[in-house]
Write a protein of this length. Structure first.
Length: 164
C-alpha cells in the first residue's frame, strides 16, 4: 500500500527504485565548510544534481570508512554535478555530530545532516547501516547501496557514471 512522505509511494516490498523523492528537510552539521552557510538540506538542493543520500550511525563501523570515501567521490565527480548528503540517524544529535567530526572531511558538495527523529530513515526504507540511495538530476531514485567495501564502492561508481 502506498504511503505519503519523502517517497510518494513505496510498495509493500520497500522497492523505491524508480520513485521520485518528495520533499524532505534535515538539519546540517559542520555547515561552515561545505554547507555554504545553510543550516538545512532540503529537496530543492537535489534539483539538477546527482545526489547520493547516505544514512549512517555512530555505532556503525563500516560507516566510519564510508565517509572518507564519499569525500573522495565528491572530489572526483563534484564538478560533473555530483553531491552527497550523509544523514546521521542517531536518536541523540550529538552522537552524529561527534561521528562527523571524527570521520568526516569538510568537502564542498558533501553535506552532513542529522535525522534524530528518523523521518527520512523510514521514508527511504533503511534497515541496515550504511545504506544509500543515488538520486538522478530529476529527483528519481536510481540505485540502492547497502554496506560498504571495495565492491560496493565500485558498484556505486558504475551507477553514478551512468547518471552524470
Amino acid at each position: 500500500a502506498p504511503r505519503t512522505g519523502a517517497i510518494a509511494a513505496v510498495d509493500t516490498a520497500g522497492n523505491i527504485i524508480g520513485k521520485k523523492v518528495g520533499s524532505f528537510d534535515v538539519d546540517l552539521v559542520n555547515t561552515g565548510a561545505a554547507g555554504n552557510g545553510s543550516q538545512r538540506f532540503t529537496a530543492n538542493k537535489l534539483k539538477g544534481k546527482v545526489t547520493f543520500v547516505s544514512f549512517f550511525a555512530s555505532w556503525c563501523s563500516p560507516c566510519s570508512r564510508e565517509l572518507p570515501e564519499l569525500a573522495n567521490m565528491v572530489e572526483e565527480y563534484g564538478k560533473r554535478g555530483f553531491q552527497v548528503v550523509a544523514v546521521g540517524v542517531d536518536t541523540e544529535r550529538h552522537l552524529s555530530e561527534s561521528f562527523v567530526n571524527k570521520h568526516g572531511r569538510p568537502t564542498p558538495g558533501l553535506f552532513f545532516a542529522v535525522d534524530p527523529n528518523a523521518k527520512l530513515l523510514g521514508q527511504f526504507d533503511v534497515t541496515n547501516m550504511p545504506t544509500g540511495y543515488l538520486v538522478d538530476r530529476s529527483g528519481t531514485i536510481r540505485h540502492k547501496q547497502v554496506g560498504f567495501g571495495t565492491t560496493t564502492v565500485d558498484q556505486l561508481k558504475d551507477a553514478l557514471k551512468k547518471l552524470l
